[in-house]
Design a protein around this ligand. Structure first.
Ligand code: ZN
Length: 557
């Protein structure tokens, strides 16, 4: 609830929220009924004649001859409803924020006071909600990103993330995971440009449907052309360029780059290319919504009779990645929407193929009739993180339109040209966003294979510092994240404790004995003592656990 009101020049202060909350509680306790009234425009004008803000609202929002108002105690307000029957149904109430918002209208902008709050049927439900909120805040990826020095944002590059060395480590581990899957599953990675002529986006249809979300720019020389009176020739007209919001058109150009034969199909092109999407700046927040991000994007060009096997391959890809990440997921088939393009028979056939693939796959799935894209049916994937929160990440979409628009074809078995089918698919979706989801899901306690805090080496005293550095070097040379805590001004037990609070998966303690035998004394972040191990063997074991991407390396060591 956040009814805005004008308060002349008075501003609601944060310190006043508790007073307002108390007033609201008293009103709730009085069980005041809400009365619904349908009134004519004339009556509306009369009711709100002293409130210029409401009068304007009536003028702009009330289209019909009548509107509803709700009355409660002294208050009468324009509202569509519905409302509670009486204020006594509010058992728990909390005011959350106060803010001034600008009312833009025909006249000069005015400042309105907005107080927002939340209410529940019982005080218990309010307490549950507060607990959940605290937990979520504790796990907020922006907080984790700051505390663990993973990434930051800067006003000088809005909507884009700076990944620090530790964050880049996590990012690269995710990408390496997907690359390993690509190798197993017959995907070929490619790199494509970021800047394209808007002619490409016209051809792909993005200019028509997606223009508002794209960043466009003029190439250098365009200004020169404008000031060409000095005798310079303006040259050929220069295209406006746009930063790519997706990779598909580039991959279509790649497919069309030379003649293709049925023998090559399916062609599976994967691209971690940088994408830019002009989200409204108000909706940007952390890694969830960005202007600049990368996806584990791939496009499969296949013959119609390969479609079912390819879809099954995509579904299997999803399952094995989400399993490693510790996510459960739910699939939904979205079918032909009202404004679809293409042949109805083609759609029907494709939907049947998707349905068969889903049934074969064996996981439960839902049907979302009419929810497909205008260019083809799709399988939406909703994953659930460790906190049970849903996220929309992966997708599998069929596309009949792009191959048509780009005139894609291959030489069929009979020698005649045929049109390939295009599948868009992503498993992680935005790598940035998924990294945020993972940070919150594990609460900063990263599994070894993703962890930017794999091992810290702790010398017992200054005499072991040189050996400790050698241990750190062995870890780093093997590609592991090894830090050193040689701050011998602090007791050993406090340094171990500090390492565990930082969530280092392992602590390697080295004293006199370890130095002489070239061993390390290992503890886990749960303070389990694994005892003395040979250094080379310990590094080998860590590599094995990292490369198999187990979620519980500390238990398995
Ligand atoms: Zn695509």
């Amino acid at each position: 609830m956040h009814p805005p009101h004008t308060c002349d020049n008075r501003t609601v202060q944060g310190s006043e929220l508790s007073v307002l909350e108390q007033i609201c509680r008293e009103i709730a306790a009085a069980s005041q009924p809400f009365r619904r009234l349908e009134v004519s425009r004339d009556q509306l004008q009369q009711l709100f004649k002293d409130n210029p803000f409401k009068l304007r609202l009536i003028q702009e929002k009330v289209a019909g001859p009548t509107a509803t108002v709700y009355g409660c105690g002294m208050l009468v307000d324009l509202c569509r409803g519905p409302h509670l029957r009486h204020t006594g149904q509010i058992g728990g109430l909390k005011l959350l924020t106060n803010s001034a918002s600008l009312w833009r209208s025909s006249g000069a902008p005015e400042i309105l006071q907005r107080v927002s709050g939340i209410s529940f049927p019982t005080a218990e439900l309010l307490r549950d909600w507060e607990t959940q909120k605290e937990e979520a805040l504790l796990r907020d990826h922006r907080r984790i990103g700051k505390e663990q020095e993973l990434f930051f944002f800067h006003e000088l590059s809005p909507g884009s993330c700076f990944f620090l060395p530790r964050g880049t480590r996590v990012y690269n581990a995710l990408v390496a995971f997907i690359r390993a899957e690509y190798a197993r599953r017959g995907f070929s990675e490619v790199r494509t440009p970021t800047l394209f002529s808007t002619k490409l986006w016209q051809l792909s249809g993005h200019w028509e449907h997606y223009k508002e979300d794209m960043f466009t720019l003029q190439p250098p020389g365009t200004n020169r052309a404008a000031s060409a009176q000095s005798g310079h020739s303006a040259g050929p007209p220069v295209d406006t360029l746009a930063l790519k919001p997706m990779n598909c058109p580039a991959h279509c150009l790649m497919f069309a780059h030379r003649p293709r034969s049925w023998r090559e199909l399916p062609v599976r092109l994967a691209d971690f290319g940088v994408l830019h999407r002009a989200e409204a700046s108000g909706s940007l927040g952390g890694l969830t919504r960005l202007w600049r991000f990368q996806q584990d994007d791939a496009h499969i060009f296949c013959a119609p009779d390969q479609l079912e096997a390819e879809i099954q391959g995509c579904l299997d890809f999803l399952r094995s990645v989400y399993q490693v990440l510790g996510f459960s997921f739910r699939l939904a088939l979205s079918t032909r929407p009202s404004g679809f393009l293409g042949e109805p028979s083609l759609w029907e056939q494709a939907e049947q193929i998707l349905q068969r693939a889903l049934e074969e796959f064996g996981e439960p799935w839902d049907l979302n009739p009419g929810d497909g894209a205008f260019y083809g049916p799709k399988i939406d994937v909703r994953l659930h993180d460790a906190l049970g929160r849903p996220h929309q990440c992966g997708t599998i979409q069929l596309d009949f339109q792009l191959p048509l628009r780009f005139g894609l074809q291959y030489k069929g078995q009979a020698g005649a040209p045929e049109r390939p089918v295009l599948i868009h698919r992503a498993v992680l979706g935005s790598v940035e966003r998924l990294l945020g989801v993972l940070a919150e899901s594990c609460g900063g306690r990263w599994p070894l294979w993703l962890s930017p805090f794999q091992v810290v080496v702790i010398p017992v005293g200054p005499e072991q510092e040189v050996y400790a550095r050698q241990v750190q070097q062995s870890l780093q040379a093997a590609g592991l994240a090894g830090d050193l805590d040689a701050d011998c001004g602090m007791t050993l037990s406090r340094r171990v404790r500090r390492a565990q609070l930082t969530h280092y998966n392992f602590q390697f303690v080295v004293g006199q004995k370890e130095q002489s035998k070239r061993t390390v004394n290992i503890r886990t972040r749960d303070n389990r003592r694994l005892g003395e191990r040979d250094l080379t063997e310990a590094v080998q074991r860590l590599l094995e656990l990292q490369n198999t991407r187990v979620p519980n390396a500390e238990d398995l060591f």
